[in-house]
Design a binder for this molecule. Structure first.
Ligand SMILES: [Zn+2]
Ligand SMILES: [Zn+2]
Length: 107
């Protein structure tokens, strides 16, 4: 199984030009570079991953990220080979996750 960094589209305008503007120790606030909507990402645990996977290298600190619903680690990656709806994996505890938006605040 191949894991890839999370990529998200703005929930307001659909732009993929989204940056993570904070640090995992603080919050998961993201900003859309197109319409300046801010939002947070959250995950829901839907299962457990039993397959082995390679943990991707540390990604860009401004790349989208989300906390694991179970362990809280910001080491959530997308399953590269999944068909929509995509599923996500916590590289720290192997929880199988889905990704959602919260705190959406249009500019
Ligand atoms: Zn936007
Ligand atoms: Zn976890």
């Amino acid at each position: 199984m191949n894991l890839v960094p999370i990529s998200v589209a703005c929930p307001q305008c659909g732009s993929a030009d989204v940056i993570y503007s904070c640090k995992p120790e603080c919050c998961f606030n993201h900003v859309c570079n197109n319409c300046f909507t801010t939002f947070e990402l959250e995950t829901t645990r839907v299962g457990e991953v039993t397959e082995n996977f390679e943990i991707p290298p540390e990604s860009d600190p401004s790349a989208p990220t989300a906390p694991c619903a179970r362990c809280g680690e910001a080491r959530v990656f997308a399953m590269g080979n999944a068909v929509p709806p995509p599923q996500y994996v916590c590289a720290a505890c192997k929880a199988l996750l889905t990704l959602g938006y919260t705190e959406i605040a249009p500019a």
